[in-house]
Design a binder for this molecule. Structure first.
Ligand code: NAD
Length: 320
């Protein structure tokens, strides 16, 4: 099989997005915004309808914040077709992006179906947050055409998409995906080795794990831990990243801190006790009205809308 089917990202015109939950709708919106024809499919008809509603609301927010013209809303929406059957959604796709439940067995079963119904030349990608790309790719017959494209929530706003190569992924596959993501104004980053969690979630999860540990030990309140992150290193991160910051502080300073601090950090291998307790209580965060914070008086859609508007402001600065 020739892996050079797509010499240019421009040849990737028809995109199927499988799973229209939190991530799928934003991925579909982005591809349609930049001229691609998209079919969006979900096993649950209500989730598909909700995904289409989220696309409408998000396009309105993009128009309200001058990211797109009001007139573009209908044009973009018309390029997204909700479809009930997976086989129909992927039948003539150049690219299939999967964004279903984060479960290896579910993903492999979905890719077996996709593999049977999509053109043999289609590129196949998973939005897994950190499962093995190589292992998911075992479900398809052309793993050289398979890769991870890991978008960050909210997918239609956050710039980064990690492009992860599995063991069998061809360089050409990763190359054309990077080109495509550049063309839809994302910031693609190549992940050359298939490690669980990739770059973003390995670093993010190390930070969150330590934050729960500090909370559990009573070092500070949740509000103050969040305040410290937002006002401190979080404030600097978008402009400096990690290594620019370390170089500017001095590697000798980094070494001195690592020497005394590393033994102190939480290097547990189980989920944190606070997280475990909240899960057992059914306190799953905003969606259940309570997690670390009490959200019972808040409307999730209003919170998400406010979040999106703030992030769009930040995006303007990030892009300037
Ligand atoms: P979600 O639960 O909001 O949506 C998943 C959707 O997949 C649901 O609507 C469900 O009905 C559908 N689905 C399940 N099985 C299916 C099948 N066999 N065929 C078609 N549709 C099916 O989940 P999400 O948060 O959008 O996450 C999707 C993927 O993206 C996961 O792999 C997740 O780890 C990853 N991800 C999530 C986030 C996030 O912040 N939520 C960020 C980055 C990556």
């Amino acid at each position: 099989m020739d892996v050079h089917k797509f010499d240019s990202h421009e040849e990737i015109e028809r995109i199927a997005v499988v799973g229209s939950g939190t991530m799928g709708f934003g991925i579909a919106l982005t591809y349609a915004r930049y001229g691609r024809t998209v079919r969006l499919v979900d096993a649950d008809p209500e989730a598909l309808a909700e995904g289409m509603r989220s696309i409408e609301t998000s396009l309105q927010t993009l128009a309200d914040t001058d990211q797109i013209d009001e007139a573009e809303i209908d044009e973009i929406t018309s390029r997204i077709e909700p479809v009930d059957e997976l086989t129909e959604a992927v039948a003539d796709a150049d690219l299939v992006t999967e964004a279903v439940t984060e479960d290896m067995d579910v993903k492999r079963a979905v890719f077996e179906e996709i593999d049977a119904a999509a053109p043999a030349t289609a590129l196949l990608t998973t939005n897994t947050s950190g499962l093995s790309i190589t292992e998911i790719a075992e479900a398809v017959s052309n793993p050289e055409r398979f890769a991870g494209t890991h978008w960050f929530n909210p997918a239609h706003i956050t710039p980064l998409v990690e492009v992860i190569k599995g063991e069998a992924t061809a360089d050409e596959t990763a190359d054309v995906l990077v080109e495509l993501l550049d063309a839809v104004e994302k910031t693609p980053v190549r992940v050359e080795k298939d490690v669980l969690g990739f770059i973003g979630n390995r670093i993010q999860m190390a930070m969150i794990y330590e934050a729960f540990s500090l909370l559990d030990a009573g070092v500070a309140s949740a509000e103050d831990i969040d305040r410290a992150v937002k006002a401190g290193f979080g404030f600097r991160l978008p402009s400096m990243g990690i290594f620019e910051k370390v170089d500017q502080s001095g590697i000798d300073v980094q070494y001195a801190i690592e020497e005394y601090l590393m033994p102190e950090l939480d290097r547990g291998t189980d989920p944190n006790p606070v997280v475990t307790r909240l899960v057992e209580q059914g306190d799953l965060g905003l969606k259940t009205g309570k997690g670390v914070y009490d959200w019972s008086d808040d409307s999730p859609s209003e919170i998400y809308d406010e979040r999106d508007r703030q992030l769009l402001e930040q995006l303007r600065m990030f892009e300037s």
